[in-house]
Ligand binder design. Sequence first.
Ligand SMILES: Cc1cc2nc3c(=O)[nH]c(=O)nc-3n(C[C@H](O)[C@H](O)[C@H](O)COP(=O)(O)OP(=O)(O)OC[C@H]3O[C@@H](n4cnc5c(N)ncnc54)[C@H](O)[C@@H]3O)c2cc1C
Length: 380
Amino acid sequence: MDFSFDSEQEGLRNHLRELLDEVCPPEYAEACDNEGRPPREAYDALARQGWFGLILPSEYGGAGATPVELAIMLEEIGRHFEELGMWVFRTLTYGGYAVMKHGSREQKETLLPRVARGELSFCFGLTEPHAGSDAASIATRAERDGDHFVVNGQKVFTSGMDISDYCLLVTRTTTSGKKQQGITCFLVDTQLPGIEVRKIETLGQRAIKTTQVFYSDVRVPASMVLGTVDQGWDAVDAYLWYERLCLSAARTGAASAAFDYALEYAKNREQFGRPIGKFQAISHKLADMKVMLDVSRVLVYRYAWLLSQGQATRHDAAVLKLYTGEAYKNVSDMGLQILGGYGYCMEYPMQRFFRDSRLATIGAGTSEIQKNIIARGLGL
Ligand SMILES: Cc1cc2nc3c(=O)[nH]c(=O)nc-3n(C[C@H](O)[C@H](O)[C@H](O)COP(=O)(O)OP(=O)(O)OC[C@H]3O[C@@H](n4cnc5c(N)ncnc54)[C@H](O)[C@@H]3O)c2cc1C
């Protein structure tokens, strides 16, 4: 068993770190969060250096890398700015992985080279007002009409819809049978007539934002069905498994940035004539944070390896999502406590980690749902 990265993987990380140090320093992340603007300049800089092609096959202009390299990339992006990681991963998962896995030849040929060049941006529309954790209960309808489908319904929490070219939209095409049946995925052009987008104000993740989306008689060409009509649920499951790796890697990177900041602060801030890090109450917090980070990283790269071997299970995906999400939340919370009153001030970055990390135990499947999955796997 070898837990080390090879020299190419180390080179990849260093190369990306140099780029991000330049185009995505902490002040940039802070400004995007404060001003509610997407990190477009950093996204475009990644595109120019070919990072969006990382996981795509060479025939589409990609580098054909494995999930381990993908995890390295997202961990490093997350360490600089988690929201940039969220934006990048949505495009790589829903525009790259999903199209590679289930796209028609035409979809692959038209979309993948553009994804590889970083010209396109994708988002994911699954959640609805009445279908959150119970995601298979979605009601947004898509009905066949000649060579189109007509979509009607409402989605909520479609993050980045307003800045995406396509939304991987999950719809219901048949109402009879089990709720997991009769589901169909589409690649929907976000500019189609009949789509209305409203931004939602949230506690964190303020640079990219999440949205409510209303679909009224939206005519989507049948050629934009992704995969097989009525059999989309298993595909959604596969995308979510992939998403779990990306999310967890980016969040682990962000958690390590929060940890680094708190550690430095604890070494420099003096009270009662010594650095606060010398108080056991503070040093033990930092020790706990470090252990959580180490475990998170092991889980991220173990899962990446399992995915690359085709051996990842539902249980592995749930353990990863649950642990890394809770770890990010706890590390940011402890970090804020270590900074005392300054942790609570908007001029210091810890509040952003604290706000952003709060989503980690909610979005893309809550911690409670991950525990349900793990428990079911135990026969409970
Ligand atoms: C900022 C943000 C961004 C998001 N981005 C996207 C996106 O891009 N695309 C998308 O499709 N969705 C997105 N989501 C939606 C997200 O995945 C859902 O919010 C999440 O799955 C939970 O659904 P819900 O909010 O409806 O909560 P509910 O399902 O109503 O859950 C409420 C509470 O009940 C608990 N609960 C529910 N069922 C059970 C159960 N069986 N056992 C135990 N506890 C249970 C939950 O754990 C939770 O604590 C986003 C959400 C947010 C807040």
